[in-house]
Design a protein around this ligand. Structure first.
Ligand SMILES: NC(=O)C1=CN([C@@H]2O[C@H](COP(=O)(O)OP(=O)(O)OC[C@H]3O[C@@H](n4cnc5c(N)ncnc54)[C@H](OP(=O)(O)O)[C@@H]3O)[C@@H](O)[C@H]2O)C=CC1
Ligand SMILES: O=C(O)CCC(=O)C(=O)O
Length: 413
């Protein structure tokens, strides 16, 4: 049965609040977003008819700074999902030490069914609908599943028309020519690869000798594969919604990304045999990377996982029950709020560059991203050892402590 992601994140917050011995009011504040907006977006379709799409923006908590988080275009988007995703953003920004709170947005739509002009009208309509609650000092959206740099460019352009001036820092993940940052497009996958490398060291493995399976080969999955391959790891299995591919001798991650660009799926990539989702999770690999959606590792398939490490590139890919099963099996789980934080870290760099109107090189971005992520990994690992808890609990403890201290000095509690 599908787990409501909102319930899953509430359980994670409660657990960390109890371990930190925080007063009940902290959980009461953190268990729901401070603000949510639900909008209806009428869009003129190419055939002249009008369709109305449901959209949301959730701002979970802004104690540490303006809300920050992506916009998802996917048919299964719901208010509870967007709320949960905004909550994970708060803890992600908190655990890596960014001066942001958490936000997230979404529209219930399958973008693949829209023409480019319909997609543009929907993107602009969504921004018009939520324009009063976003802004460089309020809430800064970015890409997530089903959106990309082009969609961000339309959205910024629409926002600029509304406010009447150029405001690139309102949204990150933009194309380079329009105020984007070097290194943002592959930032999330690059970060997942760095964290998998660090975690491998703790398990006394060398990433160079590791085999890897990846679920999802969109932005995050593909760049994770490409960067892990550059670190010397061997990608042996990959699946997306249309099918999967396997080769025990290794799959070229760059060529596979090219194949996906051309055909829309990993399916039928040369030199591979086919693989199902369930087979992927049960592969005898060193590293398993869920890089698709929530609720993918469940109590049904967790008992079959043979990987030594699960590095969560997607948000919320492991249900709480599956998490317990993986723990009992001694599998090292690197939580989403650390593993996929590279995206928001480089988004933060993009925002800083937009505000000062001065741009860094790709080397500077990658170097700074690595410092932030390795530092966060080490802090979490150390706390996990100290409290004898898993990495997820330690990550929440660090994030919640920071947010708690900010709420305290601001007089909220
Ligand atoms: N983009 C970013 O910077 C960040 C993204 N994330 C998270 O990473 C995850 C992936 O996002 P992103 O790569 O941007 O999204 P994309 O839309 O680029 O890619 C999603 C991928 O997942 C696949 N997929 C979707 N559902 C399933 C399924 N049930 N089984 C197998 N594969 C599936 C899709 O297949 P297909 O293409 O065939 O539909 C696609 O390959 C999400 O959880 C997102 O929230 C986290 C941090 C930052
Ligand atoms: O880049 C960002 O601001 C947010 C990315 C995002 O949505 C996420 O980390 O889940």
């Amino acid at each position: 049965m599908a787990v409501n992601p909102l319930k899953a994140v509430q359980e994670q917050i409660k657990n960390a609040c109890e371990l930190l011995n925080l007063e009940e009011s902290v959980y009461e504040i953190l268990k729901e977003p401070l603000r949510v907006m639900e909008v209806s977006i009428p869009v003129q379709m190419d055939d002249g008819t009008v369709k109305v799409f449901k959209g949301y923006r959730s701002q979970h908590n802004d104690a540490l700074g303006p809300a920050k988080g992506g916009i998802r275009f996917h048919p299964d988007v719901t208010l509870d999902e967007v709320k949960a995703l905004s909550m994970w953003m708060t803890f992600k920004c908190g655990v890596v030490g960014l001066p942001y709170g958490g936000g997230k947005g979404g529209v219930a739509v399958n973008p693949q069914e829209l023409s480019p002009t319909e997609l543009e009208r929907l993107s602009r309509g969504y921004i018009r609908a939520i324009s009063s609650i976003i802004g460089p000092e309020k809430d800064i959206p970015a890409p997530d599943v089903g959106t990309n740099a082009q969609v961000m460019a339309w959205m910024v352009d629409e926002y600029n028309k509304i406010v009447g001036y150029n405001s690139p820092a309102v949204i990150t993940g933009k194309p380079l020519i329009y105020g984007g940052s070097k290194g943002r497009v592959d930032a999330t996958g690059y970060g997942v690869a760095l964290i998998a490398r660090e975690a491998a060291k703790k398990l006394e493995m060398d990433i160079k000798n590791c085999t890897v399976a990846i679920q999802g080969y969109g932005n995050v999955g593909s760049y994770t594969g490409i960067h892990l391959q550059r670190l010397g790891a061997k990608i042996v299995g990959v699946v997306d919604i249309y099918g999967g591919v396997y080769n025990e001798r290794g799959i070229d991650a760059e060529k596979l990304a090219e194949h996906v660009r051309k055909t829309g799926s990993v399916k039928d990539f040369e030199g591979t045999t086919s693989l199902t989702n369930e087979e992927l999770f049960a592969l005898d690999v060193d590293v398993l990377i869920p890089a698709a959606l929530e609720n993918q590792i469940t109590e049904e398939n967790a008992p079959n996982v043979k990987a030594r490490m699960v590095c969560e590139a997607a948000n919320g890919p492991t249900t709480p029950e599956a998490d317990r099963i993986l723990r009992e099996k001694g599998i090292f789980v690197v939580p989403d709020i650390l593993a996929n934080s590279g995206g928001v870290i480089v988004s933060y760099f993009e925002w800083v560059q937009n505000l000062m109107n001065y741009y860094w090189t790709e080397e500077e971005i990658k170097e700074r991203q690595e410092i932030v992520m390795i530092n966060a990994f080490n802090n979490i690992y150390q706390l996990a050892q100290e409290y004898k808890v898993d990495m997820r609990t330690a990550a929440y403890m660090i994030a919640i402590k920071r947010i708690y201290e900010a709420m305290k000095v601001r007089g909220w509690i």
